[in-house]
Design a binder for this molecule. Structure first.
Ligand code: MG
Length: 270
């Protein structure tokens, strides 16, 4: 008999999976990329998904309503890593870009900011000390200090000054400060929109920006008693405690995410 009332939080992985199986056709699985599907690397351009996760995501997409990746990366980067997956949707730049029907759709309100972001990336390369990696993403600029953690304070200060000067927003993260256009879009808003009409959703994240997505699942549960949301943290030494304490479940690593999903597939069998 299908289970009708959703499990209470806190819950176990088994409970969450069994209930999800009872409504798999109305369930979406959302994943962040860095630190969730891929180990975090010193060089952001070098990061690759855990090899086994590609097949698992495609298989998962055949068993639930939808699988989507929601990342700070541009869609072009996500396509370079997941282009072979036909049934996985891609949200780039915190949802400012969406891959839809073979095209990248960009949030129109963000487009006028393209020249300012390009100028900012050039300025960052010229003014920040060596070792800081400037990642230019067309509609955002990320300043990574993973290989020079002692420069974190200086990079944060520079980023905040520039945000003030240009009129940009700041998104903090793991050894990174990111500057974005002042356009209302974040992972929480992506999830709020995407779960309208869904019966169940899971979100896997590891960083501060993912907590907004967890909150969006909670908010949906609060207004829709039939909706069931599961927030999964992926542990790490940088934001681990804060993200984990906001989640229902915690997995140890991207490899553990791949294993968890592989084990979940038989439970979600159609
Ligand atoms: Mg991440």
């Amino acid at each position: 008999m299908p289970e009708t009332s959703r499990p209470a939080h806190p819950l176990s992985a088994d409970e969450a999976l069994r209930f999800t199986a009872s409504r798999a056709t109305e369930t979406t699985f959302f994943f962040d990329f860095d630190g969730v599907l891929s180990p975090v690397t010193d060089d952001p351009d070098a990061s690759q998904p855990v090899p086994s996760v590609l097949g698992v995501l495609e298989e998962l997409a055949s068993r639930v309503a939808r699988v989507a990746i929601v990342s700070a990366r541009p869609v072009s980067f996500l396509r370079s890593r997941f282009g072979s997956l036909e049934h996985v949707d891609l949200y780039g730049l915190y949802g400012l870009e969406v891959w839809h029907d073979g095209d990248v759709v960009t949030e129109p309100a963000a487009l006028p900011w393209v020249p300012a972001m390009a100028e900012l990336a050039e300025r960052a390369k010229a003014e920040l000390p060596q070792g800081v990696y400037v990642e230019y993403k067309r509609l955002s600029v990320a300043l990574h200090y993973r290989t020079v953690p002692h420069l974190g304070g200086e990079v944060e200060r520079w980023g905040h000054e520039q945000a003030e000067r240009v009129g940009l927003r700041i998104q903090g993260g793991r050894m990174v400060v990111e500057l974005k256009p002042p356009v209302d879009q974040d992972k929480g808003m992506v999830i709020s929109d995407a779960v309208l009409g869904a019966g169940c959703a899971w979100y896997f994240g590891d960083d501060m920006s993912d907590i907004k997505a967890f909150d969006a699942l909670r908010a949906r549960e609060a207004v829709d008693p039939a909706f069931f949301g599961v927030a999964v943290a992926v542990a790490n030494p940088e934001t681990g405690a804060e993200v984990s304490s906001a989640a229902d479940l915690t997995l140890d690593s991207p490899e553990d995410v791949a294993r968890f999903l592989a084990d979940a597939l038989p439970v979600l069998a159609r």
